[in-house]
Write a protein that binds this ligand. Structure first.
Ligand code: NDP
Length: 247
């Protein structure tokens, strides 16, 4: 399928986990994709191995929490491709702690990466979408932004913030035919959830009606749906992709 031929896509946090799965799916469907990431893969670390797909991917080192770094990366994309059609704000971190033990640095780094990072990336790239009167912005939130989670006040606040950001932008940009939606994943098997204890994992699994964790591809497929013409009448929505955990 070539649903995204001629489309230019930016995926933040695109070298690992869910972001990498999103990059791969867009490449498979014909897009030209920029993977923005803090730490770019080492020479010996396989990223995209298929030769025909490799030609349509570029990796750019960026810290999404820094305006200067984001503006430089955006300039590189625009200089090379002349436009951006689709932005996926996926980069995110956790720094879990109970509130009384949470440091100011733990609060700031999570808010700066997850929420401010999405603001900076969107601001740097949205003008190109506005000029062409077509664009898609997909923000990766989390179910904990909807229901909260003990020990994750910083992360939950950042993900709830992303939902407000999504809805405000959806209203602001609709007249330019730019659709803005969020995905709220539940429990996805990545490096981020590897950190959970076996007891925590068991607790999640017990409560998921579909009785399995998500694979990164489960999230990527919904990102591609929201970016596709099939979703051309959907904006300002939060789609839970969580095996039924929150309903
Ligand atoms: P990973 O930790 O596997 O990947 C996150 C990616 O974001 C990494 O490539 C990381 O880079 C990058 N990143 C972190 N900070 C920055 C930064 N300042 N600038 C640029 N890139 C950065 O996490 P997941 O794939 O699991 O998570 C992806 C998104 O999905 C996140 O927003 C997360 O909050 C969300 N999510 C994940 C869930 C899960 O269960 N896994 C559930 C709900 C939401 P590096 O490795 O170099 O630090």
């Amino acid at each position: 399928m070539d649903r995204f031929k001629e489309k230019v896509v930016v995926v933040t946090g695109g070298c690992r986990g869910i972001g990498k799965a999103i990059v791969e799916k867009f490449l498979e469907e014909g897009a030209f994709v920029y993977a923005w990431d803090f730490k770019i893969p080492e020479e010996n670390e396989p990223f995209i191995e298929d030769d025909s797909l490799k030609q349509r991917v570029r990796i750019i080192q960026v810290d999404v929490s820094s305006a200067e770094s984001v503006e430089n990366a955006a300039q590189k994309v625009l200089d090379e491709s002349g436009k951006v059609d689709i932005l996926v704000n996926n980069a995110g971190i956790t720094r879990d702690n109970l509130l009384l033990r949470m440091s100011e640095n733990e609060w700031d780094s999570v808010l700066n990466t997850n929420l401010k990072g999405s603001f900076l990336c969107t601001k740097a790239l949205v003008r190109s979408m506005m000029n062409q009167r077509w664009g898609r912005i997909i923000n990766i939130s989390s179910i904990v932004g909807e229901i909260g989670n003990a020990g994750q006040a910083n992360y939950s606040a950042s993900k709830a913030g992303l939902i407000g950001f999504t809805k405000s932008l959806a209203k602001e940009l609709a007249s330019r035919n730019i659709l803005v939606n969020a995905i709220a994943p539940g429990y996805v098997r990545t490096a981020m959830t590897d950190k959970l204890t076996p007891e925590q994992k068991e607790m999640f699994l017990k409560n998921i009606p579909l009785r399995r964790e998500a694979e990164p591809e489960d999230i990527a497929k919904v990102v591609l749906f929201l970016a596709s013409d099939d979703a051309s009448y959907i904006t300002g929505q939060v789609i839970n992709v969580d095996g039924g955990l929150v309903m």
